[in-house]
Write a protein that binds this ligand. Structure first.
Ligand code: NAD
Length: 357
């Protein structure tokens, strides 16, 4: 039998340890994972005076996958630029692990379609994945001020575009419908104006032609993409885009699901393990009350199984179990109510998902 995958679990702060415990229960049920917990964020500041120790970073690099719950809270809020801050742990981890690809799936559950600000008939059938380049472009270019002028330079290399394009095409190849040539990649740029976008488009075309000829590819200008995302979201499969456009479009797309407590994400690098985490924060306002929604973390576990551990069938099982409990009417208080729903806490939601598995 294959040995267990090594998972570095970083519960962090606020509701982090509560949803982390729920994730452990789920992973123990699924089996095949050896879990080692490490402090990060405020918990690490309290224990070691820094949000991420070298030992924890090394342990994460050596693991097969990293699951982070949430960091931060009022206890560590400070305006002192010299004081350690919980989010330095997360940023240090992304940088230290070379995580250049951010994946954010948007798949509104049928049971929550009316929780979206968009009409049900617009979002029904939406199941898309935003693949955002995370370590290049305008956020990492030279920037500065000169008198009354400021600048932020945007630069991309062919290599940076190639590696993120491969992540998107590989993701498309393993999505439902891919066998029938159904899952397409939509590359979003501003090639009518920006030179970096023309390099982007050329490079994505070349990667597609050389390595992924079977996967349909289309290009959209970013302004058009922003519009199409709310007018026909169900027509997208994988959206591949650069750092700034991806930052904006992924938040726009996330709102289709209507709830922060439902959104998972993955950050992947070239060779090392991936980092999987719910999109939400540490929710200090509900920490310790037993009502934290564990579903974004469960869906992050599903992403870990799919993209980090190659356990595609188990990833689908977890996603279907989450759908099942929502269809049965179970809701943590952060999810909007409605007819026939029943409010539950973290423990009952977790038990229900384990049973649905
Ligand atoms: P938040 O996401 O923690 O909370 C926003 C609102 O959503 C709150 O009312 C909260 O109760 C609710 N919420 C979020 N997730 C929930 C869940 N799983 N179950 C139930 N309710 C949930 O954002 P915030 O309040 O702006 O930030 C709180 C702290 O989290 C801050 O210290 C912030 O820096 C940190 N933060 C961390 C991350 C991260 O770890 N990746 C991300 C965002 C914010």
């Amino acid at each position: 039998m294959a040995s267990d995958a090594r998972l570095a679990l970083l519960p962090g702060d606020g509701i982090g340890p509560e949803i982390g415990a729920a994730a452990v229960a789920l992973l123990e049920r699924l089996g095949g994972v050896e879990i080692v917990e490490h402090p990060i964020g405020g918990a690490s500041i309290d224990a070691h005076g820094t949000a991420l120790t070298d030992e924890v970073l090394d342990a994460c690099r050596e693991a097969d996958a990293v699951l982070l719950c949430a960091v931060g809270g009022p206890k560590w809020d400070t305006t002192d630029p010299g004081a350690p801050r919980p989010e330095q742990g997360l940023l240090g981890l992304r940088k230290g692990m070379g995580l250049f690809a951010n994946l954010r799936p948007v798949r509104p559950s049928d049971a929550l379609l009316d929780a979206s600000p968009l009409k049900r008939d617009r979002i029904e059938g939406t199941d898309l994945l935003v693949v955002r380049e995370l370590t290049g472009g305008i956020y990492f270019g030279d920037s500065g001020r000169d008198g009354d002028r400021a600048h932020d330079d945007c630069a991309y290399t062919v290599e940076e575009v190639e590696r993120i394009a491969r992540v998107a095409f590989n993701a498309a190849a393993t999505r439902p419908g891919a066998d029938a040539g159904g899952a397409k990649v939509t590359s979003v740029d501003k090639a009518n104006v920006l030179e970096t976008s023309r390099l982007w488009r050329e490079t994505v075309e070349a990667v597609a032609a050389d390595e992924f000829g079977e996967i349909p590819l289309e290009h959209l200008l970013v302004d058009n993409a922003a519009m199409q995302l709310v007018s026909r979201p169900a027509d997208f499969d994988v959206i591949l885009t650069e750092n700034l456009f991806g930052d904006i479009l992924s938040d726009e797309a996330a709102m289709l699901t209507g709830s922060l407590g439902m959104l998972p994400s993955a950050s992947l690098g070239g060779e090392g393990p991936g980092l999987f985490e719910p999109v939400h924060g540490s929710a200090p306002d509900v920490a310790g009350t037993g009502i934290a929604n564990p579903l974004a973390t469960f869906l992050s576990v599903a992403m870990m199984l799919r993209y980090g551990l190659e356990r595609h069938a188990d990833a689908g099982r977890v996603e279907r179990a989450v759908d099942t409990v929502l269809e049965a009417g179970l809701r943590t208080p952060d999810l909007t109510g409605g007819d026939g729903v029943r409010e539950v806490g973290t423990d009952e939601m977790t038990k229900a998902v384990l049973e649905a598995l």
